[in-house]
Write a protein that binds this ligand. Structure first.
Ligand SMILES: *Cc1c(COP(=O)(O)O)cnc(C)c1O
Length: 398
């Protein structure tokens, strides 16, 4: 039985991670999709070639446009997201910028939040305004202000939740409802949550965008971006990506596809580990503040509980002290890679000023509410008692 186009319910995500979007057998009976590294597809019948090129018949022409292993990955993501359509990109930033540039032509107005991924912030602050786009960035936790700005005119609402690196939570349903009443397209960056923890389309979003580089791939060995949503909107962005050329590499597509097989399993462990670690850090004398939506003390814990089925693998915490304290603390960790990454099976830690927000100035970070004594910690899938032990020793050493 083909697992293509089957609908999967939310309590079937473990099965869907493994089976969704796959054919029973691929070329020559292969049970995993062969990686087609070829650039072009050959045809003996010129009429058939022409019909495929026009999109009237199934097939592939040129790998900047489509490629078999990439199509399998897109089918699986489409099923996990419960979306009508899916397309892919070379990186998460390509997915985000292609989506924004497709819909935000001169004269359009985009409403978003101040806390978005550093690269996305840079697009909003530096690249869209010179192209005649009116960009309105609101206080991330002030939903009244966001609603007010939406009501002044909005062609696209762009949300990211939980946010990077302070794990703020945005009320997707409330803001999507406001944006829809203005006829806006609602885009949600769901990188931190993944479809295992949060399903933005069911909460009113039109498009869901991912850095597949993070939890979707999950092994820190492939860059990629994903966009899911309605056939009509995804097709428009695909049309732009096909021409500007930010296509996913087939080998990366295969690695992300393989990562997806264990997505539910990994996310459940990431959720569990981050929750235990957040609770441990919260009561530690050397820790000033812990940011994690799974803590009952989190500003928007209630909204998180309503719209998420798990709180994710990333948390952040500020140390009592300054950046010098962070510099002493981080190298003490034995079970964490100090790197500008997150969402891998390995635990990864780093300060926002050298990771997510390296593109921003100290003043901008201050404006964004990112303290210099903050540590971002992406809990891997190790045993939680080992990670807690490692954090405890490192905190004792400062
Ligand atoms: C990493 C990240 C991106 C950018 O993805 P790349 O694959 O590095 O281009 C976008 N949004 C969020 C939330 C991220 O964490």
């Amino acid at each position: 039985m083909s697992k293509k186009n089957k609908k999967w319910s939310e309590d079937q995500m473990g099965t869907a991670s493994v089976w969704a979007g796959e054919s029973p057998l691929f070329t020559e009976g292969a049970t995993v999709p062969p990686v087609s590294l070829n650039v072009a597809y050959g045809y003996e019948d010129l009429d058939h070639w022409y019909e495929v090129a026009l999109g009237n018949e199934k097939g592939h022409i040129y790998s900047r446009n489509t490629n078999p292993v990439i199509s399998v990955l897109e089918e699986k993501m489409k099923a996990l997201e419960g979306a009508e359509a899916c397309t892919s990109f070379s990186t998460g930033m390509a997915a985000i910028s292609n989506t924004l540039y497709t819909f935000l032509t001169p004269g359009k107005r985009v409403v978003s939040q101040k806390d978005t991924y550093g690269g996305s912030s840079a697009i909003f602050m530096n690249f869209l305004p010179p192209r005649g786009v009116d960009v309105q960035l609101c206080d991330t936790s002030d939903f009244d202000q966001i609603e007010e700005e939406i009501s002044k005119g909005c062609d696209l609402l762009y949300l990211e939740t939980p946010t990077n690196p302070t794990l703020k939570i945005i009320d997707i349903k409330r803001l999507a409802t406001a944006a829809k009443s203005m006829g806006a397209i609602v885009v949600v960056d769901n990188t931190f949550a993944t479809p295992i923890n949060q399903r933005p389309l069911a909460l009113g979003a039109d498009l869901v965008v991912y850095s597949a580089t993070k939890f979707l791939g999950g092994h820190a060995d492939a860059l990629g971006g994903i966009l899911c949503g309605s056939e009509d909107l995804v097709k428009q962005v695909y049309g732009y990506r096909e021409i500007n050329g930010a296509s996913l590499h087939p080998l990366s597509a295969y690695l992300i596809f393989r990562g997806l097989k264990t997505l539910e399993l990994r996310m459940l462990r990431h959720n569990e580990n981050a929750q235990s670690i957040a609770e441990f850090l919260k009561s530690h004398a050397r820790v000033e503040e812990v940011f994690y939506p799974g803590l009952s003390t989190h500003l928007n814990h209630e909204i998180a509980q309503k719209q998420m089925t798990g709180f994710g693998g990333v948390l952040s915490f500020s140390l009592k002290g300054d950046y010098e304290t962070v510099k002493k603390f981080l190298p003490q960790l034995k079970l964490a890679r100090l790197a500008a990454h997150l969402g891998s099976v390995d635990t990864i830690a780093g300060p926002p000023k050298t990771t997510s927000h390296v593109e921003t100035t100290p003043e901008e970070r201050k404006m964004l509410g990112i303290p210099e004594n903050l540590v971002r910690y992406s809990a891997g899938i190790e045993n939680s008692q080992d990670l807690i032990g490692d954090l405890a020793s490192a905190l004792d050493a400062i």
